[in-house]
Design a protein around this ligand. Structure first.
Ligand SMILES: Nc1ncnc2c1ncn2[C@@H]1O[C@H](COP(=O)(O)OP(=O)(O)OP(=O)(O)O)[C@@H](O)[C@H]1O
Length: 256
């Protein structure tokens, strides 16, 4: 079976002379749960903005060989690149099922949305199962717990047939149990998606990352497994500052 992949080459984003993303190369394959980390201002959000078409960039970003840069936000989304934001953007008044229907394009207008339904599209059914929201399908999204709203948003990307999912701090503000459930959800979706998680939560990263890319000052500083990047003195330096590089590794373990 063909594996999907995202291949970013020499990506560069400049804001009025300030280079926020500076020649980034990044390849992520389906099945590899990749975490993108880095100190504040490293360029993580700008990289995602560039690949999703929100800011202009040079270089290339290809999904399965197809160039994304230069396309509109909508065309990039239609090409299979989805993202979530820290604040879930679901329709609070509508039920879980209605939100998924809209995302799937199954409800083209309000009348079809409110009409008695003749069945649930298989993609919507599957997304509810994957995200664990089946039992909550008739619950208004506004009544969902914080974690459940994040899962609904991921479900909305799944029904849109997103191939690449950029997730922005998916466990921020979640309870311990919700974090574990989110980690398991990410493991489920990585099997058939390219999943890139921007995250500051190092404990979550340690538990669930297959691989980690560390950005600093717009460049890739290190890449590898959690253990590899944690042991990298350059990574220790950006997280702890100069002078801390001689600290024993366990000190970094508290940060990373
Ligand atoms: N629209 C913009 N105009 C000018 N500078 C910008 C713009 N957007 C981002 N920047 C700058 O680009 C740099 C990278 O910002 P970015 O938000 O991508 O970092 P980040 O790694 O996502 O940080 P954080 O973890 O704090 O979200 C920062 O110095 C930021 O101030």
């Amino acid at each position: 079976m063909r594996e999907d992949y995202l291949e970013i080459r020499d990506l560069r984003v400049e804001f009025d002379g300030f280079v926020a993303v500076d020649g980034v190369n990044l390849t992520v394959l389906q099945g590899d749960l990749r975490f993108l980390i880095g100190p504040n201002g490293a360029g993580k959000t700008t990289l995602v903005d560039a690949v999703t078409g929100l800011v202009p960039a040079t270089g290339s970003a290809r999904l399965d060989g197809v160039q994304l840069l230069g396309k509109s936000v909508h065309r990039i989304a239609r090409s299979g690149v989805g993202r979530t934001f820290q604040t879930a953007s679901v329709f609070e008044q509508l039920t879980v099922l209605q939100n998924l229907d809209i995302a799937a394009g199954a409800a083209r207008n309000w009348r079809t949305l409110l009409r008695a339904r003749s069945g649930i599209p298989p993609t919507v059914e599957l997304a509810m199962e994957t995200t664990g929201l089946t039992a909550l399908r008739d619950r208004p999204a506004g009544e969902l717990a914080h974690g459940q709203k994040q899962w609904l948003e991921i479900g909305m990307l799944l029904v849109q047939n997103a191939t690449v999912l950029f997730l922005d701090e998916p466990v921020a503000g979640m309870s311990g149990e919700e974090r574990e459930q989110t980690g398991e959800l990410l493991r489920r979706i990585r099997r058939d998606h390219v999943v890139i998680v921007v995250e500051h939560d190092m404990q979550f990263l340690r538990s669930y990352a297959d691989s980690v890319t560390v950005l600093a000052s717009g460049k890739v500083l290190a890449e590898g497994t959690y253990a590899q990047v944690q042991a990298d003195p350059r990574v220790q330096e950006v997280y702890l500052g100069p002078g801390h590089t001689a600290e024993p590794a366990p000190a970094l373990g508290e940060v990373l």
